[in-house]
Every structure is written in structure tokens, then in C-alpha cells.
Design a protein around this ligand. Structure first.
Ligand code: FE2
Length: 293
């Protein structure tokens, strides 16, 4: 075991690391896509004021036509309300998403609203193709959180490619850390890390908001533009000679198109927003974890 791996193992055998101050640069350097993290009392850095029960009741009364692109799902026993893409229906969440995207250097931020009204209620164990920041608004919620490496690469791939019919259920290791969030606390859930949150106490119910930075693959981002650019290259749009294509000319045209597409992406990303080099995918060795599914 390398020193680097040993350091991760030591970190993960302890409870989920906590802090009382959000330091974005340090977060990207040490935490991003590696392991969960809790910030106690930092909820106002994400959303202020917090959503209260009155505001949630207003959202629940919204007619479907006013939900826009948001999608509300109520469990059959009415104990769990989950509003996917809630920023489309709740203006204060939309404003928070814009501010967070700017602050963290993301292309886009979305928000899901989760409301439970029974102890133990939740949406079940799963993993996402996004990095999530769960901000507890009212009541309390207990979380069990794994690591990205707890989700097998083939399942990560299926999620990123949005394979038809794939269900992103999660598998947690037996000794998984647990953490309880109180109002104002924030929990970071890394991309692909399985997680499950349930309401801690039934008297009050729980309201939480999950802000997400959705992961994009190179295939999803560049394949379409690359195909369109290649359609301008005679070697690619023209009829292939009977004696076969010229691999050298095809390859040269492919490289030209590739450079063009990446160049345009670079100039688009380099607009008003400062680059966030630390937001690149973490390539250091992942912490060890039991093999999952
Ligand atoms: Fe999730």
C-alpha cells in the first residue's frame, strides 16, 4: 500500500470529516470526488433564508402547469415528496443555483427538494451522476454514505451513458460511515458514491435541498460537435474509394476536426468565468473499499 493510499484508508476509517467553514479551494484539492464531507452550520452559504414549512406548503399547492420543467413525485403513502429540478418551480432555488454555479465554477447547478413526514422515510439507497450538496432546511436526517469506488465501473459507465432501463440503485459497504444532519448543516455526496438518507425524527418532518453539479462525459459533450465538424471534411463526407479509404487522410481530417471542436470549447469556457483547474476530475488513487456489486 502506497503512502498516498494509506492516508486515504486512515481518513475513511474515521467518521465523515467535518468542518465549520466552507473553503472551496481546499474542498477541490482534498475532497472533490474522493469522499463525503460535512460542513456544520454552513447552510446559509448555499441558501438563505432556509425553506420553511410554509414555503413548502406553497410549493405543494402549485398546479402542475406552474411546475415548469420541475417534476414532483409523492410516495403512495404520502410520506415522501421529491421535487426533481425544483429550481424551475422555486425562484429562490433558481437564484441559489446561479450563485453556486458561479462560486464553484460549474457550467450549471440544479436543485432537488426532498420533504419527508415520517421517521425512517426516504427515497432509498442509490447513486447519482452528479456531485451533490445536501443542505438540511428543517428537521433532521440521518445519512449513510459510501465512496465512489463502492459503485462498480460498469455501473458508473451505464449511469454516465444513461443506459436505457438502467436503475442506479446503490450498494453500501457494511461498515459505512453515518452522519446526522441538523438544520443548517451541509453534506457533500461525491459523484457515484452510494447514499441513503432517512428522516431522523417524526415529530417535525424533514425538508432538505440537494444542489447538484451534473457530470458530463467527453462523449456526451463533444461527439455531436465532432460529427458535425467531420461532416465538413471531404475525406469524411465524400464517397469512400472502391479500393478503400486513405487512413492517413482520414486521420489528418479527424485530428483537424478534433482540434477545432476542442478549441471552440476552450474559448467558450474561457469567457467571463475564471477557470477552475482544481475542478478537474481527481486522478489520484481512490481510497480502498470493499468490492460492491
Ligand atoms: Fe441522490
Amino acid at each position: 500500500m502506497s503512502d498516498n493510499t494509506r492516508a486515504f484508508a486512515a481518513t475513511w476509517s474515521a467518521p465523515v470529516p467535518e468542518s465549520e467553514r466552507l473553503d472551496i479551494a481546499a474542498f477541490y484539492e482534498h475532497v472533490w470526488r474522493r469522499r463525503p464531507m460535512v460542513w456544520r452550520g454552513c447552510g446559509a452559504d448555499f441558501l438563505s433564508p432556509p425553506l420553511d414549512w410554509e414555503r413548502v406548503a406553497e410549493v405543494e399547492r402549485l398546479p402542475v402547469r406552474e411546475l415548469g420543467a420541475a417534476e414532483a413525485r409523492l410516495s403512495p403513502d404520502r410520506t415522501v415528496l421529491f421535487v426533481n429540478q425544483a429550481q424551475h418551480a422555486v425562484p429562490e432555488l433558481d437564484a441559489a443555483c446561479l450563485a453556486l454555479a458561479e462560486e464553484f465554477g460549474w457550467e450549471e447547478c440544479t436543485a432537488d427538494l426532498s420533504v419527508t413526514r415520517e421517521q425512517g422515510a426516504g427515497i432509498g439507497c442509490h447513486f447519482d451522476h452528479s456531485d451533490n450538496f445536501v443542505v438540511q432546511q428543517q428537521g433532521s436526517k440521518s445519512w449513510r454514505v459510501g465512496l465512489p469506488s463502492d459503485t462498480a465501473p460498469r455501473r458508473q459507465r451505464a449511469r454516465m451513458l444513461e443506459a436505457k432501463g438502467f436503475v442506479p440503485s446503490g450498494t453500501l459497504p457494511p461498515e459505512v460511515p453515518q452522519v446526522r444532519l441538523e438544520p443548517g448543516d451541509v453534506l457533500y455526496l461525491p459523484l457515484f458514491a452510494p447514499h441513503e438518507g432517512v428522516e431522523s425524527a417524526s415529530e417535525e418532518g424533514s425538508i432538505s435541498v440537494s444542489f447538484s453539479c451534473n457530470a458530463r462525459s467527453a462523449l456526451g459533450s463533444w461527439m455531436g460537435p465532432l460529427m458535425r465538424r467531420l461532416s465538413l471534411e471531404p475525406e469524411w463526407w465524400g464517397p469512400v474509394p472502391l479500393d478503400g479509404p486513405d487512413p492517413g487522410r482520414l486521420s489528418a481530417a479527424l485530428h483537424r476536426a478534433f482540434e477545432d471542436v476542442l478549441g471552440q470549447a476552450g474559448s467558450r469556457d474561457g469567457g467571463d468565468r475564471a477557470p477552475v483547474p482544481t475542478a478537474r476530475p481527481d486522478t489520484s488513487p481512490p481510497p480502498p473499499a470493499p468490492t460492491a456489486d
